[in-house]
Design a protein around this ligand. Structure first.
Ligand code: FES
Ligand SMILES: [Fe+2]
Length: 390
């Protein structure tokens, strides 16, 4: 998009909230905006692309589509995860098509060049002629897979495709500080996720930004989540402190699941006077988090098309005991209730997507009291577009 138009969008957002106007329709419905988001927004910041546990063994590969870009995550024999462009350096074949355990090599199915989990090019059969697997003029180093900067945080794998990515630790520091107020770094390493009763995923017919915006605010609670609103009503919700790359909301009325007089194990370091606190931060662009004293969920959004997004959800509990049979009913109950809540949000984001076909809507107006997190995210998107496309 023309730079001046982006600057205009940015300026409209930076007015006092009562006068601000949101991102215009084309940012949600055109393929060129999706492309801009990949190059200048989601791809140019730290996006979550997978859960580390989906590479369950050493020497494992997991192919990923990131907004049309084929990537592959590898876990080597030392348990180190790396992310590469999923393409053979020879003739450009798409390398890994399915998640699988390897014998330590990713082998291209075309001419059988093979790559170590570290990306290094290892085998080049017949490269020097029949039976000659070397060639003196061939630069083997130049044949290594192209690595993408990546980081693992809790169970989430992040990438950043920009050439001058800010260090992940700096990017996530404000979120880490929010976590630190509720649980120690050591304690949260106890979060562990299990099988079917800890996961779900949903496909929504909307641009990826709408689930982010919906998640950021609690304003819609009474209408979209009447059941949840009875337990954790709108008036006990509050905005989290917004930081450069995130924001969100929290509730003061979280009640731990109780079944047969038992509760799930909870984090020992969680402050006693905050037992009913739950926080729902978003790390922009696409990582949606729910932190509670007895469970953590991470939802990452995989934008699959301009108007389609897959929501991947993983719930973690505290310590290995929490995944045992005595807590099965608790886990199932929590998965049920979150699946229900996330399911209720689908109609909201899909109807907002439909509304963005209307020429009668030009970005929208905001509640000065309730929509601050939404405007913050819009501003962030506009800032990335202006900064990274100039
Ligand atoms: S394209 Fe991969 S070995 Fe030829
Ligand atoms: Fe919601």
């Amino acid at each position: 998009m023309h730079q001046q138009k982006l600057i205009d969008i940015q300026q409209r957002l930076k007015q006092p909230i009562a006068k601000a106007r949101g991102l215009p329709n084309d940012r949600y419905i055109t393929d060129s905006a999706f492309d801009d988001d990949r190059r200048h927004v989601a791809g140019a910041s730290w996006s979550c692309i997978a859960f580390a546990e989906d590479l369950p063994q050493k020497n494992y590969v997991l192919p990923i589509d990131f907004m049309g870009i084929p990537l592959v995550i590898t876990r080597d024999s030392e348990d180190t995860l790396r992310v590469f462009h999923n393409v053979c350096s020879h003739r450009g074949m798409h390398l890994a098509e399915q998640p699988c355990k390897t014998k330590g090599l990713l082998v291209c199915p075309y001419h059988s060049w093979s790559y170590k989990m570290s990306g290094e090019l290892r085998g080049t059969p017949h490269i020097g002629g029949y039976g000659e697997h070397q060639h003196p003029d061939f630069d083997r180093d130049a044949g290594a897979l192209k690595e993408v900067p990546s980081a693992v945080w809790l169970n989430a794998v992040f990438i950043n495709l920009s050439a001058d990515a800010i260090p992940f630790d700096d990017y996530i520091a404000p979120l880490t500080r929010q976590f630190n107020e509720l649980c120690s770094a050591e304690d949260r390493l106890k979060f562990i996720s299990g099988e079917a009763d800890c996961r779900t995923s949903m496909t929504v017919k909307s641009n990826w930004k709408l689930p982010v915006e919906n998640y950021l605010e609690s304003y819609h609670l009474p209408t979209v989540h009447p059941e949840l609103n009875r337990i954790s009503p709108l008036d006990v919700h509050f905005d989290l402190e917004r930081f450069a790359n995130g924001g969100g909301q929290g509730s003061e009325n979280y009640t731990r699941t109780q079944i047969n007089n038992s509760h799930l194990p909870s984090l020992a370091s969680w402050p006693q006077h905050k037992q009913n606190l739950a926080v729902y931060p978003v790390l922009y662009p696409n990582t949606l988090i729910g932190l509670h004293s007895d469970h953590l969920f991470i939802m990452f959004l995989q934008p699959t098309a301009t108007n389609e997004t897959v929501e991947h959800v993983r719930i973690s509990y505290v310590g290995e005991d929490s995944l045992t049979e005595p807590y099965k009913a608790h886990r199932e109950s929590l998965l049920d209730s979150w699946t229900n809540v996330f399911g209720e949000d689908i109609f909201a984001v899909e109807r907002m997507q439909k509304g963005r076909a209307s020429p009668g809507y030009e970005g929208g107006i905001f509640s000065p009291a309730m929509d601050k997190p939404t405007v913050h995210f819009h501003e962030w998107v506009a800032d990335q577009l202006v900064k990274n496309s100039s």
